[in-house]
Design a protein around this ligand. Sequence first.
Ligand code: BES
Ligand code: ZN
Ligand code: ZN
Length: 475
Amino acid sequence: MNGPSPPLIKRGKMKINLISSSDWKEGLTFKLVKGIKNPPPGTVGPKAGSILPKGEGLVEVSLGRSEKINAEAIRKAGAGIAKWLHSYQDLAVGVDLQGLADLKVTKPVLALSEGLLLGNFKFDQYKTKKENVGATINLIGDEGFQNEIDEAVILAEGTNLARNLAHTPANIINPATLAERCEDIAKENGLAFKVIEDKELKEMGAGALVGVGQGSQTPSRLIIMKYAGKNPDVKPVVLVGKAITFDTGGYSLKPNASMLGMKYDKCGGVTVAAIMQTVARLGIDTPVIGLIPAAENMVSKQAYRPSDIITSLSGKTIEVTNTDAEGRLIMCDAITYAQRQYDPQALIDIATLTGGVVVALGGVRAGIFGNDQSLIDGLSQAGEKVHERLWHLPIDEEYFDLIKGGDSDIKNSGGVPIATAVQGAMFLKQFVEEGTQWAHIDIAGTGTVNKPAAYCPTGATGFGMRLITEYIRSL
Ligand code: BES
Ligand code: ZN
Ligand code: ZN
């Protein structure tokens, strides 16, 4: 046998190698093939990612129906391979890139690699006995594809970082330990880092962020991560991500079934942390600042109550009509801070904000609101490109009536179950100053899946990580 022999599968973290066809000698080879509508026995089916072992070291993977093959179908094919390999130990695995050669898809090897790495994700840090995930995959093809693989690794590691943090339960991640994790991420990636603790937040006047966290043993934090950018002369994009490390609803207590998923109420915040890692690793031009308001929404003798009137950092007073509408309270102070401290070219917030957006859009698209059509369009286009899709929802002035204050300037909830996703967005809009280009992305529906999806097991999806990164890169 001439040349290096293909490395054996190594269980652990998935690794992707690029290997030329002359160096690929023996092992299990996956071939990417176009799916057939009514597959006769022995041919691969029309569903992208479906697998058909052909014997003699060959396995076919479907790219889906030929007229529908796009980056998403290739991602699914990659995930199909990753998941299928979970049942096997110690194999030499190759994927022949020839099957991607004649497709009209940009960066097909990026999509395949993303599918492999995202499809391989498993939240198993707290399993003493790990399942069979992780492998070395040899992509068999031209060395020119290395850039696409490198990019996919950065993007998938970012998404999987967001997923891992989101999965970690509230007895482990609270506002203080989340700040520690973010500090580690900042150190590893050369980012500037700062955390503003409870006492200073109170002195600053961030009464909304402090108020939500005052019922918890671990009071609120404002976590700040900064990426300077290759071109520090342009204004930064400022990101704000909701990190409620657990949302009981507070005294407006959630019923058990709705409380169950509420460790995931930090999805927006951890996505921002992951984006910060990713933009640094990609070395993009635009400076990016990530603000993560973090709090735990609990019930205790210190907790805030319905009818409390609190004063936000902006000076606006808020009547807390519902302690379960806490996300907008921590977000509004971070939005004010963003505009006071930085001069953003765009302010983008991301939050698991409302049950209303789940009713409206389910898990397929996230809602996007904003005051600037070009920002909304840019984000929407980025979303189509990476298959983290958005849908533009309105915030016409007439909706303000729903949250208009009685004894205070505004209420945190209108108290009527109509247009509740819009109420959340309208509330945030009150803190956006004239001249700030702002978009709000409500990921309450897309931040998690309640059954396994093509390249995401049940739980956190990391939605927004690839989308916002793609948008910032496009600037
Ligand atoms: N964290 C929830 C929103 C949510 C719901 C996220 C379902 C993920 C899945 C948020 O804090 C909340 O409770 N919102 C309430 C507000 C209402 C009480 C005004 C809602 O939208 O139901
Ligand atoms: Zn809530
Ligand atoms: Zn919440």
